[in-house]
Design a protein around this ligand. Structure first.
Ligand SMILES: [Zn+2]
Length: 254
């Protein structure tokens, strides 16, 4: 049961805010039926079928050393994402962005569901990249077809030059995309009146910083999560529930 007074408080803060940042993580897409990953790993509680931690199987070094093995797990991730779809909360966030032209989304998710739900790409920062399309590591050609056939031999090869394809996802041990980071820093410099963190338990600087800066400047911060995180005590409001149970109602008050 969600506390209605808290919902009203968050709705009022978002209504009065001009610049808003919504931060989303695996918990949001879990409501679509996707497995939650640490960074991109909870599908694998311990070791993968190959006896490796997922952080090693899905890493940049593994893509170079054993592309077929790395691709086995990329393809599993892609199948899970293709087998599900955006949920009510993704649509409510896109609706909020229509109502609030300076509302941004910063997501750790690589499933592309924010775009699918109608979030404008120019106000969407996919900090861990996206699964589709894939591109050739040798000639940079994009292959828009690969999602149509995830059962082809792995690793998938470039139809133009035979190079090994990869998704523009940030694998473990890889750097965050520069453009996405730059955009985030530019928007953070302008400041946010309100930040809402949804379904993320991660403690990366790019999540802490906008929350911290907004708090210091007197802005409003709130969190929606099934379980409290180390950030929860600092929030102006903490809604302990699934985003899918509360986002539509929240946005209906704005
Ligand atoms: Zn190529």
């Amino acid at each position: 049961m969600v506390d209605q007074a808290l919902v009203s408080q968050v709705a009022a803060a978002l209504r009065h805010a001009r610049r808003i940042l919504i931060i989303t993580g695996a918990g949001l897409s879990a409501d679509s039926g996707l497995p939650t990953y640490r960074g991109v790993g909870g599908l694998y509680n311990d070791k993968t079928a190959d006896g490796l931690p997922i952080e090693m199987a899905l890493s940049g070094p593994m893509l170079r050393r054993d592309p077929a093995l790395c691709w086995k797990y990329i393809a599993q991730l892609a199948k899970a994402c293709l087998g599900a779809q955006p949920n009510e909360a993704h649509y409510a966030i896109a609706e909020l962005q229509r109502k609030k032209p300076e509302c941004w989304v910063l997501t750790q998710n690589v499933d592309g569901y924010h775009r699918a739900a109608g979030s404008p790409p120019e106000r969407l920062i996919e900090i861990h990249g996206q699964l589709a399309p894939v591109y050739c590591q040798s000639c940079a050609a994009q292959d828009p077809q690969w999602t149509a056939n995830l059962d082809r031999p792995l690793p998938p090869l470039c139809s133009r030059c035979g190079g090994i394809l990869r998704p523009s996802v940030v694998l473990f041990e890889e750097m965050l995309p520069e453009l996405a980071l730059e955009t985030l820093h530019q928007e953070m410099a302008k400041g946010f009146d309100a930040v809402l963190s949804i379904g993320t338990t991660a403690s990366f600087p790019y999540i802490h910083e906008p929350l911290f800066r907004t708090r210091v400047c007197g802005g409003f911060t709130a969190e929606i999560n099934l379980t409290p995180t180390d950030q929860s005590p600092q929030m102006d409001a903490f809604l302990q529930c699934r985003a899918v149970h509360v986002m539509s109602e929240l946005v209906s008050h704005i």
